[in-house]
Design a protein around this ligand. Structure first.
Ligand SMILES: Nc1ncnc2c1ncn2[C@@H]1O[C@H](COP(=O)(O)OP(=O)(O)OP(=O)(O)O)[C@@H](O)[C@H]1O
Ligand SMILES: [Mg+2]
Length: 238
């Protein structure tokens, strides 16, 4: 059994760039169960918060601790970016790449990648250059590439932004299945329907701070703060 990674504890965690506070100060404890959805207006700091928690945005103050050593925590988590970068290689090679990095034999890596390609409806496109994929296909590929190493924690930054209903549903199905297998999902979205379908708990971000952090059922049935209420109504919140 691997060591527990959770709780993840942030204390007075802060990210500043050019005199501007992007995140924080944030005090947050995430437990090891369920799916956390991060919502909030444009520019609120959702992407920055996710990147900070994932450890790819240098902090300027405070503390961030996983329950296991940091190096191990980093190995066991993955991140799906809003605009994923495709390597100039085939679809199957792109999906297999993370396995190649950890020394999986080429044949096995390609077989597992092909199975993932099937799962994201790219089974017919194994040898197509990934750079030619559509936006939705790239997002699905990025998800497969993140999941192929079976991370314990997966961060996703608006993985369905600008995707149509079908691609969104495919991604949500994979995410639901992944969550049900015990992977911890921490994800931002602008789609409140999606937030309600996936969330066990909600972080509402405003001006770099965590304005509200509640179980999803409570949040969606009656947020505590006026700003969150206004946001859910679709009003402009700053
Ligand atoms: N490297 C940086 N240097 C300076 N400012 C930055 C940097 N990265 C982000 N910002 C600013 O920090 C704020 C938070 O950005 P962030 O991308 O985290 O917001 P967001 O909630 O993800 O927004 P969106 O909904 O548009 O994706 C924004 O005002 C943004 O312009
Ligand atoms: Mg963002």
């Amino acid at each position: 059994m691997a060591e527990p990674m959770f709780p993840l504890v942030a204390e007075q965690a802060q990210v500043r760039r050019r005199g501007k506070v992007l995140v924080g100060p944030v005090d947050l404890t995430l437990q090891g169960q369920g799916t956390t959805i991060v919502i909030g207006p444009n520019g609120a700091g959702k992407t920055s918060l996710l990147k900070m928690l994932h450890g790819i945005l240098r902090m300027n103050g405070g503390d961030l601790r996983w329950a296991c050593p940091m190096a191990e925590a980093q190995r066991r988590q993955a991140f799906v970016f809003q605009s994923p970068v495709m390597m100039r290689r085939s679809v199957v090679d792109n999906i297999a790449y993370p396995l190649q990095l950890i020394g999986t034999k080429r044949k096995e890596a390609r077989a597992r990648a092909a199975a993932w390609a099937e799962r994201i409806s790219l089974g017919d496109a194994l040898d197509r250059p990934a750079t030619l994929l559509s936006g939705g296909e790239r997002q699905k590929l990025a998800l497969a590439r993140a999941l192929i190493r079976e991370p314990d924690v997966l961060f996703l930054d608006e993985p369905c932004a600008s995707l149509d209903g079908r691609a969104t549903r495919e991604i949500e199905e994979i995410l639901q299945q992944t969550a049900s297998e015990g992977t911890r999902l921490i994800m931002s979205t602008h789609n409140m329907g999606q937030a309600q379908r996936l969330a066990d708990e909600v972080i509402f971000v405003l001006q770099g701070r965590i304005h509200e952090f509640s179980p999803a059922v409570e949040f969606f049935s009656g947020p505590r703060t006026a700003q969150a209420k206004a946001f859910l109504r679709g009003d402009i919140v700053e």
